[in-house]
Structure formats: structure tokens, C-alpha cells
Write a protein that binds this ligand. Structure first.
Ligand SMILES: C[S@@+](CC[C@H](N)C(=O)[O-])C[C@H]1O[C@@H](n2cnc3c(N)ncnc32)[C@H](O)[C@@H]1O
Length: 274
């Protein structure tokens, strides 16, 4: 089996930027909408949640503070350390555990969790067979009827970013986008902050993978809506009324197939068969 995370992705995350990502730029929409969709589907606490690829623990600590027993598993030692530190900052609701691991081979027992979050591994596992393996592990550890929430980066995310931020003016960036559009394989050989090795899904690819792994009642939801492309997002987000417009717009088109490529991320929600 290959490494849980490609070497260059490890170097990218070792720069330490991940802990802040969801609190600035369009990460704020991603965070708010992911939380909204998780709460829409998750049974009330208590319950066991595995946050696989949980990064620095933003979602895991939030769910622990709501009363869930949350185990965080991640391939990056730095992220596991950051998640442990975040958990220690909320002694009244710490994480149940934090450990290094691979989404394709979990240590958890069969049928032990109410929910599995896969908010990261599916885009860093660039081979379809590895993504199916990670999804099958999620099926295995879930209780019957258990919930999966899995994130993918949308196939057109780098193209849209390239227009919004004029990154397409850089021929290296344009070449990265050309490959993303061709086969979804995102590779960044530059030192510039153009993300790292990943696979960018079409919505139907994500849906097929989640169904093939054994999930049912699968829904594919667009996450950010058009707001993530706003040049003045920070100012609009700071104003409650305008923030509501951004979130309402995302919600209004979250299931619209003709606009699915406009979101930076898409989520798959599914259930283990009962
Ligand atoms: C962009 S971060 C997302 C972190 C967090 N889930 C979030 O949504 O903010 C992607 C995370 O997936 C983790 N990851 C990637 N491949 C993985 C694998 N095969 N097993 C476990 N974690 C993995 C990375 O180490 C990283 O922490």
C-alpha cells in the first residue's frame, strides 16, 4: 500500500497553514456550510464520531463541545499534535482520542461509530481504488444506518480561482489548471501556493465512488455557492445581513446539478445500509 499521504502533500501541510485555513478567505463559508450540513444529518449527542483526516481538529473539537465522543485520525503528525493541543484548550469537552492513521486502514472496531467524517482524504487519495478502500473502511466502522459526510474538491475549483485571483496569468498555474480539467489530477511542481497533490472530482465521480463502496441514500451537495469567488468576501462576511445572503445563496443551489461545478467543494452524504 502506498504512503497515506503523498510526500509533497506532507511537505505542504508541514508549512503549518492548515490550522488557520477555515477562519479566513473562503474557508469561512466552507466551515459554516459543512457544520450546517453535518448538523442537518447527525443524530443528537451523545454518539461516536470518527473524524478521519480531521486535520488540526476544527470539526472534531466543535463536535466534542456539542457532546459527541470524537476520535480524530490523521496522516499528518503535525495535525495530530495541533488537534491534541486544541483538545487540551477545551478541558470540559476534550476529544476522546487523537492519533496518526490512514483512512484506508482504520484501527477502529467494526460497527462502532454513529458517523464518519472524511473531510480531506478523498481528495488526497489520487487513485480511485484507494478512495474506494477509504470509503469501505468507513462502511466497516459505521453502525448500521450510520452517517458518512465526505468532502471532495470540485473539478473546476482551480479554474475559478484562477479567474478570480488572476492566477491564470502565470503559465505554470495555467498548466496546472489544464491538467485539472483534463483528468482531475492536481499536481503543483512550483514553490507557489497552488495547493498540492490531489484529485478534483466531478460530482458524478464522487457519487459513483460512494455508492460503489456500499453507501445508500447518497446525496451530493454543493458547499460554498457563488460567495467563495467574491473579491470583497471578508467585508461582506463581517456584515450579518450580507453574510446571510451568501449562505442563503449556497443553500439555494446546493442540489442544483447544472451549478454543481461552481462550488469549490462538494460533499457526499450517505448511510451504511441497515
Ligand atoms: C485540507 S485538510 C482538511 C482537514 C479537516 N478535515 C478540514 O476539513 O478542515 C486534509 C487532511 O486530510 C489528511 N489526510 C489526507 N490523506 C489522508 C489519509 N489517507 N488518511 C488520513 N488522513 C489523511 C491530511 O493529513 C489533512 O490533515
Amino acid at each position: 500500500m502506498s504512503e497515506p499521504i503523498p510526500r509533497e502533500a506532507r511537505a505542504y501541510y508541514d508549512k503549518g497553514r492548515e490550522a488557520e485555513r477555515l477562519f479566513g478567505g473562503h474557508g469561512v463559508i466552507e466551515l459554516a456550510r459543512t457544520q450546517e450540513i453535518i448538523l442537518r444529518h447527525l443524530s443528537p449527542p451523545p454518539g461516536t464520531v470518527l473524524d478521519v483526516g480531521g486535520g488540526s481538529g476544527v470539526y472534531a473539537c466543535w463536535l466534542a463541545s456539542l457532546g459527541y465522543r470524537v476520535h480524530l485520525i490523521d496522516a499528518m503528525p503535525l495535525h495530530v499534535e495541533q488537534a491534541e493541543a486544541a483538545s487540551a484548550r477545551q478541558p470540559e469537552a476534550p476529544l476522546a482520542s487523537c492519533r496518526l492513521g490512514d483512512a484506508r486502514r482504520l484501527d477502529e472496531p467494526d460497527a462502532s461509530a454513529e458517523a464518519v467524517l472524511l473531510l480531506g482524504p478523498l481528495y488526497h487519495l489520487t487513485e480511485r481504488a484507494d478512495r474506494i478502500q477509504a470509503l469501505r473502511e468507513a462502511v466497516r466502522v459505521l453502525k448500521p444506518g450510520g452517517l458518512l459526510v465526505a468532502a471532495a474538491v470540485g473539478r473546476f475549483a482551480s479554474l475559478l480561482d484562477g479567474i478570480v485571483d488572476n492566477l491564470l496569468a502565470d503559465p505554470d498555474y495555467a498548466a496546472i489548471v489544464a491538467r485539472d480539467l483534463r483528468d482531475g489530477q492536481h499536481r503543483n511542481a512550483t514553490e507557489r501556493n497552488y495547493f498540492t497533490t490531489a484529485f478534483f472530482h466531478l460530482p458524478r465521480e464522487l457519487e459513483d465512488e460512494v455508492r460503489e463502496a456500499g453507501f445508500e441514500r447518497v446525496e451530493i451537495l454543493g458547499l460554498e455557492g457563488p460567495g467563495w469567488m467574491l473579491a470583497d468576501l471578508e467585508a461582506r462576511w463581517a456584515d450579518p445581513a450580507r453574510r446571510r445572503h451568501i449562505l442563503d445563496a449556497a443553500r439555494a443551489i446546493e442540489r442544483e446539478p447544472t451549478l454543481m461545478g461552481l462550488h469549490a467543494h462538494i460533499l457526499a452524504v450517505g448511510r451504511k445500509p441497515t
